[in-house]
Each structure stands twice: as structure tokens, then as C-alpha cells.
Design a protein around this ligand. Structure first.
Ligand code: FES
Ligand code: FES
Length: 199
């Protein structure tokens, strides 16, 4: 079948900012962000599990908030900061959540772990910003963030499934990374310095 022209009712050129770098590329408007990341950018850390928003394997960060990339069109991500698992570390320095997963044996298979880590990064920010979850007892703004208990972590991470149900270490890792985040936020350190605080 002949390929469609660069600009047509179904095709156009978009600019995406992925892991800090801008790329302009022609796309079929129906391309999901997940497919664009994997097939156009070769960023295969983001996995396609269910392809219908149910497993969390494709989770990335959009403007710092987590999103299942299989339910996003690439064109809708134009102008936003897209961060994939390949972009969360700073050079050789792991993100504190990655480090906690490593230290506490939270790493699982390559299928679910990238989404778990992207989710956990946003969970910690959401919690620190005072966002309640479905299991938060007191949701009044003045009540502040609830303790990030195992129940809270499980609820907030519940969109990320592991077929093997090996979640125990993940809860511990998220808890550790959240404590590091709180400590370093209080002391005014940069995220890059959080790893040192974890040691
Ligand atoms: S692949 Fe997107 S949620 Fe499962
Ligand atoms: S370890 Fe990845 S799906 Fe269970």
C-alpha cells in the first residue's frame, strides 16, 4: 500500500519532547503515544501489556503526572514533557525510586517494572502535594497528606499490575523512596542528591 503523504487528513508532523529532547516527526494521527515511543523513538522500556489501559505497563510521566501511554494519542502529547523509564535517571545516577527498587529487591520482570517505577515517582509527588486516595480517611485539605502507609501505597499503585502478584518489595521500595524524598525536600536538596541521602 502506498504510504500516506506527510500531511493529510490522517497524517501530520508533530514535535514531541521526550526525555528532555525535542523531536519533530511525521505521524499518523491515530498513533498512540505508546506506539510512537516504542516504534518511532526506539524507547522500548515502556511496555505494551494490555493495550487498553488496564495493566499500567505503559505508564510514562506527562508533565510529571503519570499516564497510561496506550490511551494517549501522540498528537495529544505535543508540547508536554514526556518522561519514560529511560529518562528518569540522571546519567549514571539512578533515580531514588530506582535505587530503592534495587536496594529492596523491588525489581520484577522487565514488563511491569518500568511502569511501576514511573508510577511510583508520581505517587510520591502526588502524596507529598496532599492528594488523597480512595483509602484516605480524612480528605479535608487542612488534614494534609496522610501517612504513606502500605495501604496507601497499594491503593495508589493499584493501576500497575504484576501477573505474578509479587508486590511486597515494591511497597517497601516506594515507602523508602518517599521517605528519602521527604527528607531531601525538607533539606532543599535537588532530586539528583536524593540518592546520596538514601545511602
Ligand atoms: S498497555 Fe497500557 S495499561 Fe496496559
Ligand atoms: S514480575 Fe512483571 S508481571 Fe509479574
Amino acid at each position: 500500500m502506498p504510504s500516506a503523504p506527510a500531511t493529510s487528513p490522517t497524517h501530520g508532523t508533530i514535535t514531541l519532547k521526550v526525555n528532555g529532547e525535542k523531536h519533530t516527526l511525521p505521524v499518523d494521527h491515530r498513533t498512540t503515544l505508546l506506539d510512537a515511543l516504542r516504534e518511532r523513538f526506539d524507547l522500548t522500556g515502556t511496555k505494551k501489556g494490555c493495550d487498553q489501559g488496564q495493566c499500567g505497563a505503559c505508564t510514562v510521566l506527562l508533565d510529571g503526572r503519570r499516564a497510561v501511554s496506550c490511551l494517549q494519542l501522540a498528537v495529544a502529547a505535543e508540547g508536554r514533557e514526556i518522561t519514560t523509564i529511560e529518562g528518569v535517571a540522571e546519567g549514571e545516577q539512578l533515580h531514588p525510586v530506582q535505587q530503592a527498587f534495587l536496594d529492596l529487591d523491588g525489581y520484577q520482570c522487565g514488563y511491569c517494572t518500568p511502569g511501576q517505577i514511573c508510577s511510583a515517582i508520581a505517587v510520591i509527588e502526588e502524596h507529598a502535594a496532599g492528594w488523597p486516595s480512595a483509602v484516605t480517611d480524612d480528605v479535608r485539605p487542612e488534614a494534609g497528606p496522610p501517612p504513606l502507609s502500605a495501604e496507601e501505597i497499594r491503593e495508589r499503585m493499584s493501576g500497575n499490575l504484576c501477573r505474578c502478584a509479587a508486590y511486597v518489595s515494591i511497597v517497601q521500595a516506594v515507602s523508602r523512596a518517599a521517605a528519602v524524598h521527604e527528607q531531601t525536600t525538607r533539606s532543599g536538596q535537588t532530586p539528583a542528591a536524593e540518592k546520596g541521602a538514601a545511602a
